[in-house]
Design a protein around this ligand. Sequence first.
Ligand code: NAG
Ligand code: NAG
Length: 350
Amino acid sequence: MEKPPRGKGILIHLLLPFCCSKMLLAIIFLQISPQALAVSSESHWTYEGSHGQEHWPDTFPDCGWKAQSPVDIQMGSVQYDPSLPPIEPEGYWNPGSGDFTLINNGHTVQMSLPPSMRLHGLPSDFSAVQLHFHWGGKGHSKGSEHKVDGKSFPAELHVVHFNSEKYRNVSVAKHQPDGLAVLGIFLEQAGDVANPAYDHILDHLDKIQYAGELSQSGHFQEITIAPFNVRNLLPAHLGHYFRYNGSLTTPPCSQNVLWTVFHQPAHISVAQLETLQKSVYCTEAGEHPAELLVDNFRAPQPLNQRVVFSSFSVGPSGYSAGEIVAIIFGVILGCLSFFLAGWMVAKRIR
Ligand SMILES: *[C@@H]1O[C@H](CO)[C@@H](O)[C@H](O)[C@H]1NC(C)=O
Ligand SMILES: *[C@@H]1O[C@H](CO)[C@@H](O)[C@H](O)[C@H]1NC(C)=O
């Protein structure tokens, strides 16, 4: 908040010896309350409407800066960096004895994570803070925040970490230029094959149906869930990812996030996706009409001068080396069977 104008500060000093404390409080209150009120009403944001994403920069200036997230990753323009090592999660398998807490904050479903969960393979060591989801409405193909060659996935998981090698906690780290690292995981629907890891979260959504009110302690109403193997929420293959410098994808859009977006999606069933799409509301209990929490994804932001790096080589056609090998192999196999069939037919005719 801005310092009070000098004149008023002097006024307070002059009045101080003469006033009773109540009057002084009243003066201070008059000085700060208009700003305080402005902050509380302006800090409200949504994805659509009068507080929607195109208006975020009016209230949260960083949202209008030049290195924002998410981005549409163009396979033809990513730069292969062979020095990027695989991501190595530590403590994801067995994240300690404390329970996880799950909240509906009206913008997303968010689960707290213990700092014993760490990431190696980034420029610093990072510790986990929370994970949350972005998703679309039922029957939409959209829902993810990042895109690949213009293609959306139905949902995206973000696992947020802070730089624990340099900073004491996330409150300090979130104001530092190298403070945060987020893992982005595309969620793809895989018919009726459920991913049991996701049930550890999805099974509890009916208990946080409504957006929690801030309690007096400043915390959202929350439920606790037993710790589970968080590694299983990630794709099998952690070696292939995209890396770029970006921001938080929600206000205040702080531009201090080192992004790792995995190339391989994690798979969930159609039923699991629908549970995410129809279980939680962005409105509070008792609020009418109740509004489903869906379409909580930000549009891709301009890349501007930034480069998106990849940990794997992407061919000029936009296919990764692995995909090219698979295609060549498939073509050879196809030709072979074609000739084989032809040869057998010819043999019969003879
Ligand atoms: C984070 O660390 C700072 C500096 O040591 C401290 O003042 C603050 O209370 C800590 N915040 C939390 C949430 O632990
Ligand atoms: C991110 O920004 C930092 C600081 O400018 C730079 O050193 C680093 O190479 C950038 N990383 C990527 C992936 O662009």
